[in-house]
Design a protein around this ligand. Structure first.
Ligand SMILES: [Zn+2]
Length: 399
């Protein structure tokens, strides 16, 4: 029971609880459609601004015997509760699909496939309408947004470290494409949002969950709170600081990917293994705390990693090939933030300084630096999906 009248402020948590049950009916075209709920695959926690639930479902329509458009598809139902004004994942994916033609078609293997999406607005006299009346602009109206999507496999389904590397590399290529062509910034890179699609015997890394994304040209508007998106252990270190004013840049997402890899390879003996207690005192288990602690802890720990000289992560043997990746990425971040600090000191002293590219930390931490590390894993070339990066790599590599 929600006592909005007695509340001191707007509620921080979502007002809606998943009630369960075996069938779920939602608006579909001119009528409704019903799916049978099978298993909860994901429930978010610690994510700012939303609560998401992902459930495996199967279609429960009257003609689901081969005549249904969802027949034979592995389906999930995703429910989230975004603010009314948030652009839907479907809108972003429609834009991607429109541009993923010809030379760009490869990217479709790396994006989620959304079959249907619906919004349910809440009526007057609900608790949230009453909160809105009482707290006006301090309270964002939310709606229930649902979508039926293709079920993808989690990272834990991967069996070799090279497959993991390919999936991470795929995600970078997809992220770059989305930024450059449809001009979408993902803004929520986390372990749970990197998925795997198996198609014709090949595995593809999928950058999933575009619910917190934004159009690049709308990035610089709006309050700072709107920039501060992401999943805590993986957020870029600057974003944990109260002084941080945004905007969210693509390098913040690349920094998140660095933490996704770091935490995976330092905390798990293999992708499918559960986290276990340290096997030896040498094992670096400080990262376990990253899943539990607050902003001040995380900004301090992440700054320590970025600023460390001669930094070498202690990874599980299964993931040994990632050591060089992490060393290279950390070095790129360290040089970049060193350059940024130097630049800011210059400005503080009122000196004229040359321009500084904030997006790439003056080219120290760019897509090029990340790709030039990640296109190869343990001396083996990974698959570079689009002709654009294939050509760039030819230029970057000494012949
Ligand atoms: Zn059906």
């Amino acid at each position: 029971m929600l006592h909005y009248a007695a509340a001191d402020g707007p509620p921080s948590k979502d007002l809606f609880e998943w009630l369960g049950g075996s069938l779920f009916t939602f608006p579909y075209k001119d009528g409704t459609r019903t799916v049978r709920l099978k298993r909860v695959l994901f429930r978010s926690n610690g994510i700012i601004g939303r609560g998401t639930i992902v459930v495996r479902v199967e279609c429960n329509c009257d003609h689901c015997d081969g005549h249904c458009d969802w027949y034979g598809k592995k389906l999930i139902l995703k429910l989230s509760f975004p603010s009314e004004t948030r652009v839907s994942e479907q809108t972003f994916m429609d834009r991607c699909k429109a541009l993923a033609q010809g030379d760009h078609a490869w990217v479709l293997n790396h994006l989620p496939h959304i079959y249907w999406t619906f919004d349910v607005c809440f009526q007057v006299n609900t608790p949230q309408a009453n909160f809105k009346k009482r707290f006006k602009d301090d309270y964002e109206m939310r709606l229930m947004r649902g979508s039926i999507q293709e079920e993808l496999e989690p990272l834990s389904s991967l069996e070799t470290s090279k497959d993991c590397a390919q999936v991470f590399y795929d995600v970078v290529q997809c992220h770059h494409w989305a930024l450059k062509y449809p001009k979408i910034l993902h803004r929520d890179i986390s372990q749970g949002n990197i998925m795997v699609r198996e198609k014709d015997g090949e595995k593809y890394g999928v950058l999933n969950d575009w619910d917190l994304s934004s159009w690049v040209n709308e990035q610089r508007d709006g309050p700072t709170s709107k920039f501060r998106t992401g999943t805590k252990p993986y957020m870029a270190h600057e974003q944990h600081s109260h002084d941080w004013q945004g905007p969210h840049r693509f390098r913040h997402d690349l920094e998140s990917l660095f933490y996704v890899i770091l935490l995976l390879v330092c905390l798990y003996p293999s992708p499918s293994a559960k986290y276990t207690a340290p096997m030896s005192p040498a094992q670096d288990f400080e990262y376990e705390e990253w899943h539990k602690q607050d902003d001040s802890f995380l900004v301090a720990k992440k700054s320590l990693v970025i600023n460390a000289h001669a930094w070498t992560p202690i990874v599980f043997p299964f993931f040994l090939g990632f050591t060089m990746w992490l060393i290279n990425l950390q070095r790129a971040l360290r040089y970049g933030f060193f350059a940024l600090g130097y630049h800011e000191d210059f400005l503080r002293l009122g000196k004229q300084s040359k321009s500084f590219d904030q997006d790439t930390l003056d080219n120290h931490f760019s897509y090029e630096t990340v790709v030039s590390t990640m296109h190869r894993f343990s001396e083996e070339e990974l698959k570079t999906r689009g002709s654009e990066w294939q050509e760039i790599l030819l230029r970057l590599q000494p012949i």
